[in-house]
Design a protein around this ligand. Structure first.
Ligand code: TXA
Ligand code: MG
Length: 369
């Protein structure tokens, strides 16, 4: 299949440009489009056959349900059997934006979308292209992130094409995504809001509005199954093995480990905050990627930089972790998965293995717990 590319990176009105893509979606095809979080792989969310194509294109397991995207607040009403006051309060506070709500599903929704669950995930994105596309398609758009299953989510059209060229009907290029990590998923079917996936709407922001925001135990404990089916899969994985450095001295730890690995003939990829890179040695067989100045920039850059390492053929990636606070919670959720939970803790001048595996060339400077 030839994949069409629509370039919207200019100031022309969106309507006429999005028309062709929307018509393809209405006709049961799959089209990728930008949102404020990551690029989505969209199909008519009320057409089971069209949604099957999404699973096929991604190589996605059938037990991993999709998110339905809407273009107006009110469009959620016919997708659900009923909204709790909690859900309404969250919608008022954070929609349109990077928040997905889990609500009881209505009979309108094909089983393939919800993977047979009794609930459905709904999101009202703020991105103007996403909203115009949904409006013109005239249906809720089911859309997972537009990567092949297991890879980092794409945050620009080039990264979408890398995974989907020749496989889907088209890609709308609307430039780079602002937030860079996927939406916060909140389960609203219980007594209090439960975060199933951390994202751009932070736990702190939700707590401020709702008084409380629990984390799904499956997010924090290895012995609990996450409630969002997709969260149990290995994900965001670059081709090279990755080691994540956490703790109060993560910055220094990254530099020490990178130098050590490079000394044993490894081509070392590094992703770290700008401040850390100022202290990084010049020269050497390093491929250094700037994560940015702060959490917002790190979130925005993370997936693009991880994908670059695949093309640069590094042997090992060393990443700088940040604190599990604010946007840091969402960033660390992704980074730990990218690293396959290979984590080193840096504190008091010591490097200690926290979980997973440490490459052989680093075992002399990383202590066992
Ligand atoms: O920011 C985003 O949310 C992006 C953009 C495109 O909107 N979409 C996205 O979709 O990240 P996806 O499919 O990559 O992730 C959806 C997650 C999966 O972990 C899935 O298991 C979970 O949502 N999910 C979907 N329906 C669910 C449900 N009824 N109950 C619990 N988890 C659900
Ligand atoms: Mg995804």
């Amino acid at each position: 299949m030839e994949t069409k590319l629509w370039n919207l990176r200019n100031d022309e009105p969106l309507g006429p440009q999005v028309k062709e893509a929307a018509a393809l979606i209405a006709a049961g095809e799959v089209v990728s489009f930008p949102t404020e979080t990551v690029y989505g792989l969209g199909a008519n969310g009320l057409d089971g056959k069209a949604c099957q194509k999404i699973f096929a294109a991604k190589g996605r397991p059938a037990d991993n349900p999709l998110i339905l995207h809407i273009a107006e607040m009110g469009e959620i009403e016919r997708l659900t059997r009923g909204l709790s006051p909690m859900a309404r309060k969250l919608m008022e506070a954070f929609w349109p934006g990077p928040m997905t709500l889990i609500v009881p599903k209505s009979d309108l929704i094909p089983d393939v979308v919800t993977a047979g669950l009794d609930t459905v995930a709904v999101r009202f994105p703020s991105h103007p292209v996403a909203r115009e596309l949904i409006r013109q398609a005239g249906c809720p758009i089911a859309a997972p992130s537009a990567n092949k299953s297991g890879k980092p989510s794409p945050t620009n059209a080039q990264d979408v094409l890398q995974d989907m060229d020749g496989i889907i009907a088209g890609v709308i290029d609307g430039g780079s995504c602002d937030i860079g990590v996927e939406s916060t998923i909140i389960d609203t079917t219980g007594k209090e809001p439960v975060i199933l996936r951390p994202g751009g709407i932070t736990r702190e922001m939700i707590t401020e509005v709702m008084g409380t925001a629990r984390l799904d135990p499956g997010l924090v404990r290895a012995d609990q199954t996450p409630k969002a089916p997709g969260m149990k899969y290995r994900h965001y994985a670059p081709q090279a093995p990755m080691l994540l450095v956490e703790g109060p001295e993560a910055s220094l730890g990254v530099i020490r480990l990178a130098i050590m690995a490079e000394a044993s003939e490894q081509r070392v990829g590094v992703i770290a905050l700008e401040e850390t890179l100022h202290h990084f040695p010049k020269g050497g067989n390093f491929v250094v990627h700037d994560g940015g100045k702060n959490l917002e920039e790190l979130a925005e850059n993370l997936f693009r930089e991880l994908r670059l390492f695949d093309r640069e053929k590094v042997d090992l990636i060393i990443g700088e972790g940040v604190r599990d606070q604010d946007l840091g919670l969402a960033i660390m959720n992704r980074m730990r998965k990218s690293a396959g939970h290979n984590i080193v803790w840096a504190e008091n001048g010591l490097l200690v293995r926290k979980s997973g595996h440490v490459p052989e060339c680093l075992q002399t400077i990383v202590m066992e717990p």
